[in-house]
Design a binder for this molecule. Structure first.
Ligand SMILES: [Zn+2]
Length: 147
């Protein structure tokens, strides 16, 4: 299910779209360039929870998983048919979970591998350990890689 509805986010009028594994709010008001049109884009796999709150005006409330997406943890969208949007987001979240269950390397694992792959090599002149990315020895200043 794909959702698209007009409404407001942080005072900006625009359109909320839920499709392709992300929630996107694009402005439709004012004189703005194409690059300024996207107000916010949240990948559904970074969403911790989605709800509809409020007694009078129902609002779509998105809580972001801070470990996956930094920034504002709570987003309120004053939009048409918030329940439809919530349903669409939950369906997208389920789809992403199904995709994630397939064997793949997560962002966290990639990060760990990158960190552990930094290899240190001893300087052939003074023996001080230098990262392979360094061009000169931190100990004696000799060029590295010219044995
Ligand atoms: Zn050295």
């Amino acid at each position: 299910m794909v959702y698209s509805g007009s409404g407001k986010y942080r005072g900006a009028s625009g359109n909320l779209t839920v499709s392709g594994g992300a929630l996107t709010f694009m402005r439709t008001d004012g004189f703005i360039s194409k690059t300024q049109r996207i107000v916010i884009k949240i990948p559904v796999n970074a969403i911790a929870n989605v709800n509809v709150e409020g007694l009078m005006g129902k609002k779509l409330v998105i809580l972001v998983d801070a470990s996956k997406l930094q920034g504002i943890p709570r987003h309120e969208f004053d939009i048409a048919n918030p329940y439809d949007a919530m349903k669409a987001i939950r369906e997208e979240m389920d789809t992403e979970v199904a995709k994630a269950s397939a064997p793949q390397v997560s962002v966290k694992e990639v990060y760990v591998k990158e960190v552990t792959s930094i290899v240190k090599v001893p300087c052939s002149y003074c023996g001080v350990l230098n990262e392979v990315t360094e061009k000169k020895c931190a100990g004696c200043g000799a060029s590295i890689g010219t044995k």
